[in-house]
Design a protein around this ligand. Structure first.
Ligand SMILES: NC(=O)c1ccc[n+]([C@@H]2O[C@H](COP(=O)([O-])OP(=O)(O)OC[C@H]3O[C@@H](n4cnc5c(N)ncnc54)[C@H](O)[C@@H]3O)[C@@H](O)[C@H]2O)c1
Ligand SMILES: Nc1ncnc2c1ncn2[C@@H]1O[C@H](COP(=O)(O)OP(=O)(O)OP(=O)(O)O)[C@@H](O)[C@H]1O
Length: 520
């Protein structure tokens, strides 16, 4: 055994955390597959994507159930391939062979019986320590300062902070033909450490003196008062160490391969900046994301509930951040599981080639627009096997619920509470009188294709960054990723969300109607 647990291993899996199903064996096997994904560069043929693409194009796509099955198989196959690749390149043949075979066999297995004891048995999502990320004896990067284990934690579902320690599953009864739903599971989620967190990653907005000064002070305080291991981005490490050799204890990473294993070392992420910094922090994690504590040092700060600088006075700010950090390091705190979208670009020219690109994960949205082109964007959209519509306008935003208050809002989309399980489908300046935005369920796979007869190109951008050109025949496929971004709440998900729309956007601000006295 390599010390890694395939069950609840500290990675927050959206399909577990927000759904209402019991832990059935198919989910167990999917989770086992996902456990391999973040550590391995995914280089697979993506034959299913191509197949799906062809089926869509020719109007032969199978029923929705088939699409779901396709998606499940695709993820599993990818995991197996990725693991095989890892095994070959890293020479780690013995210790994981059994797991690989088990995974491969699960590709054809039918769902078997539920094993409620496979988790902790307490109806809580548990985490387990991750001792090592690689097999002993492999060529893993040796870094003597790197912390070897993560702090385990439990997630529990309570009502407005009332933590009864129970994860209540949604329940649909159809006794005597009457369909009744009972208790909803999506109540406030609480995170409780089982042992103190040891490692914190700081992600900071660049080019800001106040952010830099605060980062240095927080790092110092965490080290001296809590003996916390600190990770920062390479740029920040250089800055801090050049400034003062005191910061030599700080750890960082040298390359993407090392960055990919960050989630196995970091217990908590602290962001100092605005929403863009939260987006940036999320983008560093292509798989599971540790909980994020977002301090607001930007201008709007929709996803950054911890404000310490708006009452700027250094002593007060110091007092406030210490209080916040003490709280999240030592006590249970509410989290919002912010879902992300995983996006694949499928180029028409390369549809029969090996797809070596990993999916791009976005926390806000993927936008497909006309870029520099002066032509209307022309896009064909499918949801699983169903045709949705043709977009003719400036473009389309496919957004998470967290992103509903960002670009999608500007394009007329509704604001959606981040815990609502959905995907927003919002056109940008559609040239049509009747194109209203949609909200689709979170379990669908969306496909947006530039038709062969399109006059121009389209451009996809991911959380406002990393533009990719899409020509006629190219497509973008997206679905909800199993790895949400868990963000710490100041109060709870709902209070924080409403506070953001009131204070950040001045939502529905209007002078109150005057009271003219009782009608005579
Ligand atoms: N017309 C528009 O409103 C428009 C246009 C382009 C991009 N954007 C948004 O900008 C985001 C990138 O943000 P950035 O900070 O890196 O770039 P940025 O610095 O250009 O900031 C864009 C603004 O959007 C706000 N924002 C970002 N995410 C938000 C969210 N989830 N809820 C509410 N407000 C949010 C930021 O606070 C900032 O004020 C994109 O994901 C996109 O949603 C909006
Ligand atoms: N660690 C980072 N490394 C590189 N770029 C970053 C980092 N953090 C943030 N950025 C980028 O810096 C820009 C500004 O960051 P951010 O949005 O957090 O600050 P802001 O604009 O002052 O705040 P707000 O979004 O609240 O208006 C964004 O484009 C973001 O992508």
């Amino acid at each position: 055994m390599d010390g890694r647990r395939l069950d609840c291993d500290g990675r927050v899996n959206l399909s577990v955390a927000t759904s209402d199903q019991t832990l059935d064996s198919s989910m167990e096997s999917e989770r086992a597959a996902y456990a391999f994904l973040p550590q391995t560069p995914i280089k697979s043929t993506d034959a299913h994507l191509v197949e799906f693409s062809e089926a869509m194009r020719e109007g032969k796509a199978a029923a929705q159930a088939e699409a779901a099955e396709w998606k499940r198989k695709y993820e599993l196959e990818k995991a197996v391939k990725a693991h095989r690749h890892n095994t070959v390149t890293k020479g780690c043949s013995n210790c994981d062979k059994e797991k690989l075979e088990q995974l491969a066999s699960q590709l054809t297995l039918e769902t078997t019986s539920v094993d409620p004891t496979s988790c902790c048995g307490n109806h809580e999502i548990c985490s387990r320590q991750i001792l090592q990320d690689e097999c002993p004896g492999t060529n893993k990067i040796s870094h003597d300062k790197i912390a070897a284990r993560k702090a385990p934690f439990k997630l529990s579902w309570g009502c407005n902070g009332d933590n009864n320690g129970q994860h209540k599953h949604d329940f649909v009864s159809f006794e005597k033909g009457d369909i009744t739903t009972a208790e909803r599971s999506n109540k406030q989620i609480l995170l409780k450490w089982e042992s103190p967190p040891q490692t914190v990653l700081f992600v900071t907005k660049p080019n800001s003196n106040s952010v830099h000064a605060l980062c240095a002070e927080m790092v110092r305080w965490l080290k001296e008062h809590n003996n916390i291991n600190i990770f920062v981005e390479p740029r920040v490490s250089k800055e801090l160490v050049t400034e003062d050799s005191y910061f030599n204890f700080i750890q960082t990473w040298d390359n993407d391969e090392e960055m990919k294993t960050l989630h196995t070392k970091v217990d908590l992420i602290v962001t100092l900046g605005g929403d863009g910094t939260v987006l940036w922090a999320a983008s560093l994690f292509k798989g599971p994301v540790p909980p994020v504590v977002a301090f607001s040092l930007g201008s709007l700060g929709f996803m950054t509930p911890f404000c310490i600088l708006n009452r700027w006075c250094w002593n007060l700010a110091s007092e406030l951040y210490r209080e916040c950090l003490d709280h999240v390091l030592k006590r249970p705190f509410g989290i919002t599981l912010r879902s992300r979208l995983q996006c694949h670009v499928i180029y028409d020219s390369a549809k029969n080639e090996v797809d070596t690109e990993e999916p791009i994960l976005v926390l806000n949205e993927v936008t497909i627009d006309r870029g520099m082109s002066s032509y209307l964007t022309y896009l064909e959209c499918y949801c699983d096997s169903s045709f949705v519509t043709r977009v003719q306008g400036d473009g389309l935003i496919i957004s998470t619920t967290s992103g509903s208050t960002a670009y999608s809002l500007a394009a007329g989309g509704s604001m959606v509470h981040p815990q609502v399980p959905g995907i927003l489908f919002t056109p940008i300046c559609p040239h049509s009188l009747s194109f209203r935005p949609l909200i689709l369920p979170e379990y669908v796979t969306l496909r947006v294709q530039v038709p062969i007869n399109s006059r121009g190109q389209a451009w996809a951008s991911f959380d406002g960054k990393g533009r990719k050109q899409l020509g006629p025949g190219d497509a973008l496929i997206c679905s909800i990723s199993p790895w949400p971004v868990p963000t710490a709440c100041l109060v709870d998900s709902t209070t924080d969300f409403l506070r953001s729309i009131h204070e950040g956007l001045h939502w529905n601000l209007r002078k109150s109607q005057s009271f003219d006295g009782p009608v005579a």
